[in-house]
Design a protein around this ligand. Structure first.
Ligand code: SAH
Ligand code: SF4
Ligand code: F3S
Length: 454
């Protein structure tokens, strides 16, 4: 049966102008999944709405990475009860990483009776069938089976008209001991080079100026292809596509950050000089317990090689504070590496126990107060480093892609090639093109400047 066509017929009978509301939590890959699904639903004849109360179809795409992420999701799903009371015809679906977990899907089924169906991270292809069933039968459904992924139903729909996300690989085989991702996203698998390059061509032919290549472990791309293709080769071929655009990628894993990859980034101007390289901890004992497969020393060797090859390349990182068994000494090792590496930005998280992961069984002695205090100390240190780093850009000229308005009236905002937020006085006609900006002022999170007219 052609579900998409039949759904179009059914929904237009219920409402002459059906609308869909999609909200994605979590990482960029999850947001990209949400947009791909949204693209498919728009093709079925729905229009997108930002108003959850008037939507004919609501989709909540979930993240399971930390407990507070899950809490937020439950809060939103709970609120939807009132929406369903006011509009009993609305169809509510919950998908993504949380619903891939059998016990979570079961909990949602039993607790939130207003949810019509759930599906996991492998079942996007089944969406039309699930929606058809929801429209024609009145019973809860859940599909969180692990289907083989052939990527054939991937939809390139993007929310922005300037920046585009292109997933290049899914899943993760690393099993960092704290992380739920391998359990909810499955084994690592890569899209074909030709499909990725064709997506980039389509997007850049349509005026997109920045392409973000996405994967849970982006630099182990290509291991599952026959024959295998290194990530550096994919990047090289992508950077050789003609046109006025740039390429970013996230997130690479330090264990796969080989020199040839750094050399390629240095060689091609299309590859942005900004690398997000998750450190997680500066203590070798903790890194081992985390199963990260590198040491603080090998991490610093990579940082030094990046700086040698590309002096202006910025590096950002992820840090977990309060991993089970982290002592004051371990934490100080992390502070030491933070000082040495001079990150321009740190995304920091307090460890959150994830049922089913190895670290969930490790003894944890530090108290919540100690962990919060470590976090505060780390953020204070990073603010000092960022203040220094950002101040060095004053009076320099950066290339910036403006893509929206700033929170301050009269300013537009964008990111420099180095990944730094830059704001400048300007109007929307300056948006969507690369602009030279003379930096006049620095904060510890962004720069301000004036757009140069050449
Ligand atoms: N694949 C990416 C990260 C995905 S999760 C990578 O390896 O870089 C994003 C970040 O969330 C991780 O880098 C880590 O810092 C954090 N994180 C993952 N699991 C966590 C947990 N259980 N508690 C706290 N932070 C966690
Ligand atoms: Fe999680 Fe580690 Fe895989 Fe990143 S590399 S998704 S932190 S298991
Ligand atoms: Fe969250 Fe799933 Fe991404 S758990 S971080 S949305 S892969």
């Amino acid at each position: 049966m052609n579900y998409a066509e039949t759904i179009k017929e059914i929904v237009t009978r219920i409402s002459p102008s059906p609308t869909v509301y999609v909200h994605s939590f979590g990482c960029r890959l999850n947001v990209s999944d949400g947009n791909s699904l949204l693209g498919k639903i728009l093709d079925m004849g729905f229009a997108e709405t930002e108003d959850v109360n008037s939507a004919s179809l609501i989709i909540i795409n979930t993240c399971a990475v930390r407990e507070n992420a899950e809490k937020k999701v439950y809060g939103v799903i709970g609120e939807l009860k009132h929406v369903k009371e006011k509009n009993p015809d609305v169809i509510i679906a919950v998908c993504g990483c949380m619903t891939q977990e059998k016990h979570v899907a079961e909990f949602i089924k039993n607790t939130y009776r207003h949810v019509d169906f759930c599906f996991g991270t492998f079942a996007y292809k089944k969406f039309p069938e699930l929606l058809y069933n929801a429209l024609t039968k009145n019973e809860f459904q859940c599909d969180n089976n692990e289907y083989p992924n052939d990527f054939s139903d991937f939809n390139l729909y993007q929310k922005s008209v300037i920046k585009a996300d292109v997933p290049i690989m899914y899943g993760c085989d690393n099993y960092c001991s704290y992380c739920i991702v391998p359990y909810v996203r499955g084994r690592e698998r890569s899209r074909e080079v030709s499909d990725i390059l064709s997506d980039i061509r389509t997007l850049t032919d349509n005026g997109f100026k920045e392409i973000l290549l996405l994967g849970q472990n982006v630099n182990s791309y290509g291991n599952t292809l026959k024959p295998p293709v290194p990530f550096s080769e994919l990047l090289k071929q992508a950077a050789e596509i003609p046109g006025d655009f740039k390429i970013r990628f996230m997130s690479p894993h330090p264990k796969d950050m080989r020199k040839d990859l750094i050399d390629i980034i240095a060689e091609y101007p299309k590859l942005c000089k900004s690398i997000h390289l998750p450190l997680q901890s500066g203590s070798n004992r903790i890194l081992e317990l985390m199963n990260r497969q590198y040491t603080a020393e090998t991490y610093m060797e990579i940082v030094k090689y990046i700086r040698k090859k590309m002096p202006r390349c910025t590096i950002s990182t992820d840090i977990i504070v309060g991993f089970p068994g982290e002592t004051e000494y371990d934490f100080e090792e992390t502070l030491r590496i933070i000082k040495e590496a001079h990150f321009y930005n740190i995304f920091s998280f307090i460890y959150s126990k994830r049922t089913g992961t190895k670290a969930a069984d490790l003894p944890d002695y530090a108290t919540a107060v100690e962990k919060t205090s470590r976090m505060t100390r780390m953020l204070t240190l990073q603010r000092e480093i960022a203040t220094e780093t950002y101040a060095e850009y004053v009076e320099k000229t950066l290339t910036v892609l403006f893509d929206g308005s700033s929170k301050t009236e009269g300013l537009i905002a964008g990111k420099s090639d180095e990944g730094i937020i830059v704001e400048a006085p300007g109007t929307f006609d300056k948006i969507g093109e690369y602009r030279k900006v003379r930096i006049t002022k620095s904060h510890n999170w962004a720069l301000e400047g004036v757009i140069l007219n050449f």
